[in-house]
Write a protein that binds this ligand. Structure first.
Ligand code: NAD
Length: 477
């Protein structure tokens, strides 16, 4: 049995209470994780406060060197981390090896380099010189979800640390394993005690204690819209800085002039990567009427080739859903789609595996057509291997359908008409638009959504601005 402890002030700290950790592919408990609350958060914040002044004053090059050391150690143990992530989350090991862990390494290296290259503005005028200082905030809280565990954990803590803050972090209670392994790397590299603290446990206890702590100056949160709303409500009266990266119901818009040979594999990838458990997944596929039947048929045929299997099997493309509750939620959404008149073109039920995975939480990749735009499956985030198809006649109708949800995270447009691509991109109500691609990431770009997909942006300069406070100095000349 794995035993996953808190990481406070450089030490692994045991707990009076524990939560079972279950391998989604088998349904078996393989370990237990510490269940913390306000007491542990109090200790972690105190350690982070003690560590902060010297961490903030350290030359950026030293902070960067420590982050690069952790990245190097992670790269040396990539295979071990990829297997752990796959076991803990249910994702195919091939995906963890090529996406999750490499991206975690890239996050660390990117922000280590960024810390060496940031600069601030000066505003000279005839009678005065204004210049801006950017100072770290102090102790910040980083709360991450279960879908891309180490990838999103490092996406938050790397900029926070690189720009001179100390951190109290909380990974999801469903996927705590790689965060704990990451803490070992921090100690191996000599990260000073208290600079990074990890409190495990339930969101409503451990997470809420971080949000409510008066000395935590900012909260960087990725997770559901419901939790984001609670965090905004709780933190606003304390004037904490907030970055909220929440849910999505992202459209994939396919115009009749799209290069379908390129588009179809990418549309399927956008719908089903990581079992559809990515906030950016294109789960609503809007297709121009003249090519609707062709696109639906070709996509469905490709979805039928996706290999559902043991996440630890190299050939697996669709692994297990993260938890029994989530598995039931996804199957419930499919049932609701049936009741709403949806035509299930493929999938639509649990995938029954044999052997070690016989009791795992697998759902067949599912394609649904003929649903009205206003129904549950076309409005709410399912966060599973389920896509819907909707036809449109004209460009303005496509834009109206794309924008007709409460979310506004990402969209992708497939067209060979450059003018149309610019025109449509400008009118989409969301934070990220991809043209003829999906999830092609450059870590310098602003990342985040609007409406119920959250507020604030991560990445590049946005992360620098978020994790520092501007102070203007005006000198009369
Ligand atoms: P969640 O909101 O249930 O949990 C996210 C994290 O918040 C977990 O660590 C959880 O323990 C914690 N938490 C829960 N309640 C809390 C509370 N009251 N106070 C403080 N912390 C609390 O989300 P989830 O189910 O883990 O993740 C799935 C969601 O995340 C989906 O909606 C998905 O779209 C979203 N997501 C968004 C992005 C993005 O960048 N926009 C990326 C990945 C996932």
């Amino acid at each position: 049995m794995e035993q996953l402890c808190h990481f406070i002030d450089g030490h692994f700290v045991s707990s009076a209470e524990w939560i079972d950790v279950i391998e989604p592919a088998t349904g078996h408990v393989y370990g237990r994780v510490a269940s913390g609350g306000s007491e542990e958060v109090q200790e972690a914040v105190a350690a982070a406060l003690r560590a902060w002044p010297s961490w903030a004053q350290r030359p950026a090059a030293e902070r960067a060197a420590l982050l690069n050391c952790i990245a190097d150690r992670l790269e040396e143990r990539l295979e071990e981390f990829a297997t752990a992530e796959s076991r803990d989350q249910g994702k195919p090991v091939a995906l963890a090896r090529t996406l999750d862990i490499p991206r975690s390494i890239a996050n660390l290296r990117f922000f280590a380099a960024a810390a060496l290259h940031v600069a601030t503005e000066a505003h000279p005028s005839p009678g005065a010189l204004n210049y801006t200082l950017r100072e770290p905030l102090g102790v910040v809280g980083c709360i991450s979800p279960w879908n891309l565990p180490l990838y999103l954990f490092t996406w938050k803590i790397a900029p926070a640390l690189a720009f001179g803050n100390t951190v109290v972090a909380k990974p999801s209670e469903l996927t705590p394993l790689t965060a704990m392994m990451f803490a070992e790397l921090c100690n191996e590299c000599g990260l000073p005690p208290g600079v990074l603290n990890i409190i495990h446990g339930y969101g409503a206890r451990a997470g809420a204690a971080i949000v409510e702590h008066p000395q935590v100056r900012a909260i960087s949160f990725t997770g559901s819209t419901a939790t984001g709303e609670y965090i905004a409500r709780t933190a606003a009266p304390m004037f904490k800085k907030l970055s909220l990266e929440l849910g999505g119901k992202n459209p994939t818009i396919v115009f009749a002039d799209a290069d379908l040979d390129t588009a179809i594999p990418q549309i399927v990838r956008a719908g089903f990567l990581n079992q559809g458990e990515i906030c950016l997944c294109g789960s609503r596929i809007l297709v121009e009427r003249t090519i609707y039947s062709e696109v639906v048929e070709r996509c469905t045929r490709q979805v039928e080739t996706l290999v559902v299997g043991d996440p630890l099997d190299e050939r697996t493309e669709i692994g297990a859903l993260v938890s029994e509750a989530h598995y039931r939620k996804v199957l419930g959404a499919i049932e609701q789609a049936r009741r709403d008149g949806g035509r299930i073109l493929t999938g639509g039920k649990p995938a029954q595996l044999e052997g070690r995975c016989a009791r795992g939480w697998f759902v067949e990749p599912t394609v649904i057509a003929d649903l009205p735009p206003t129904c549950y499956a076309n409005q709410e985030e399912i966060f599973g291997p389920v896509v819907t198809f909707l036809p449109f006649e004209r460009e303005d109708e496509a834009i109206e359908l794309a924008n007709g949800v409460c979310y506004g995270l990402a969209a992708s447009i497939w067209t060979e008409n450059l003018r149309r691509a610019h025109r449509v991109a400008a009118q989409l109500a969301c934070g990220i638009v991809w043209v003829n691609c999906w999830m092609l990431r450059d870590l310098r770009t602003p990342f985040g959504g609007i409406k119920q997909s959250g507020s604030g942006r991560e990445g590049g300069w946005e992360a620098y601005r978020f994790f520092t406070e501007a102070k203007n100095v005006c000198i009369k000349l």
